[in-house]
Design a protein around this ligand. Structure first.
Ligand SMILES: CC(C)(COP(=O)([O-])OP(=O)([O-])OC[C@H]1O[C@@H](n2cnc3c(N)ncnc32)[C@H](O)[C@@H]1OP(=O)([O-])[O-])[C@@H](O)C(=O)NCCC(=O)NCCSC(=O)C[C@@](C)(O)CC(=O)[O-]
Length: 338
């Protein structure tokens, strides 16, 4: 693997909640233009979001015991990160109203992080009571989407997140940040890369250990992904970023591959391609975990996740939901088996 990246020194700074973090200086422009890899690591962390993003939009209420079985099966695939549920208002997302039960009934395997979404301190308090070790706040790069999804402006959301992060840190809980609509908004259309970078920088400085950049409605292409990342990596180190690509327009794998060229080594995905945000019109599923695993493995990256086992889990949940498996790789492998 080519390593031609000269990352400038970082210097420690104290963030707004008193934590020492490293601030990334601007990347030299020439590095972005060479196309060379800013990281020589071939290890990629997969964040499985199927139990949360995958199921939150299902019309049919999925019983807690099915969710628990689904998560327990995922826990046997080699994953190290499973986004398990959301502590959100049950009026807004009824499918996640059993968050507490799910967290208490799953078999937690050491070495796996079972995280949950928390939009506010009420969600965080519930997550703490359920013994959650990592939470995610979720904001947006688009004002309208922010309002539709969490009923407040971007600035208001950042204020709320500040409270969540402070309290989470006091309780020894790590906080991940999501930014929705980084490559387009269902209500406002195009989103400026600078708007994404601005929100990403704020979330990172507030204390998110990682910021996941979400193409909520899957409209991005490698071209728009590259432009957006060029802006974002000027203000947040590439090794503190993740990508979260929905596959609505069939661009997700290409977009993820583009992100790898920028050194990003954390990829969110959803087994069997389940998912979509209930507040993003037209949003379909996340990129299928099986498809990501196949691409990464055949391209020389390591994830530690067993593709065959993941295909079985995808078939299990697809059978329950009475729908065909949304992963092309799972369909191809299952056809070859029979
Ligand atoms: C943020 C709120 C709560 C604001 O909603 P609100 O109505 O403005 O909240 P509120 O503070 O006025 O409270 C209203 C009621 O909700 C309750 N409440 C308040 N907070 C909570 C909580 N945490 N847990 C449980 N209950 C809560 C609160 O107690 C009160 O109950 P009432 O007095 O009426 O009985 C609401 O908008 C909400 O829950 N939104 C969640 C939306 C959501 O889950 N969206 C999907 C996940 S994001 C996503 O999918 C995108 C992502 C991450 O995947 C990346 C991508 O692809 O883009």
């Amino acid at each position: 693997m080519t390593v031609g990246f000269t990352l400038r020194a970082t210097r420690p700074v104290v963030n707004c909640i008193g934590r020492r973090v490293f601030e990334q200086r601007k990347l030299p422009r020439r590095c972005l233009q060479t196309g060379k890899l800013p990281s020589n690591s071939n290890k990629v962390r997969i964040v499985e979001v199927g139990p949360r993003d995958g199921l939150q939009n299902e019309k049919k209420l999925v019983p807690t015991e099915i969710k628990v079985e689904f998560i327990n099966r995922l826990s046997k695939t080699g994953l190290t990160a499973i986004e398990t549920t959301s502590f959100v208002s049950p009026k807004w997302v009824p499918q996640m109203s059993d968050a507490n039960k799910v967290m208490s009934q799953i078999t937690r395997v050491p070495g796996i992080c079972y995280s949950a979404l928390t939009p506010n301190t009420k969600g965080l308090e519930n997550a703490i009571a359920a013994n959650v070790e990592e939470v995610a706040i979720f904001g947006a790069a688009s004002e309208t989407f922010s309002k539709k999804n969490i009923n407040c402006s971007i600035d208001e959301s950042l204020q709320r997140f500040g409270d969540v992060i402070k309290k989470a840190n006091e309780n020894g809980i790590r906080v991940r940040g999501y930014i929705s609509c980084v490559l387009g908004c269902p209500y406002e259309g195009e989103v400026a890369p600078e708007a994404v970078a601005g929100t990403a920088a704020k979330m990172y400085k507030m204390g998110c250990y990682e910021v996941s950049l979400a193409d909520t409605i899957g409209v991005g292409t490698p071209g728009s992904m590259a432009k957006m990342l060029e802006s974002v990596i000027k203000v947040v180190p590439f090794d503190k970023l993740a990508v979260h690509c929905h596959d609505t327009y069939g661009q997700a794998l290409a977009n993820i591959f583009c992100a790898l060229q920028f050194g990003i080594r954390v990829v969110d995905c959803s087994v069997a391609g389940l998912g979509g945000c209930p507040f993003a019109k037209g949003a379909t599923g996340n990129v299928a975990t099986e498809d990501v695993l196949y691409m990464l493995d055949k391209s020389g990256y390591e994830t530690g996740v067993d593709l065959a086992k993941m295909v079985d889990v995808g078939n299990y949940i697809s059978d329950f939901l009475e729908r065909s498996n949304g992963s092309k790789v799972a369909v191809a492998l299952s056809a070859n088996k029979s």
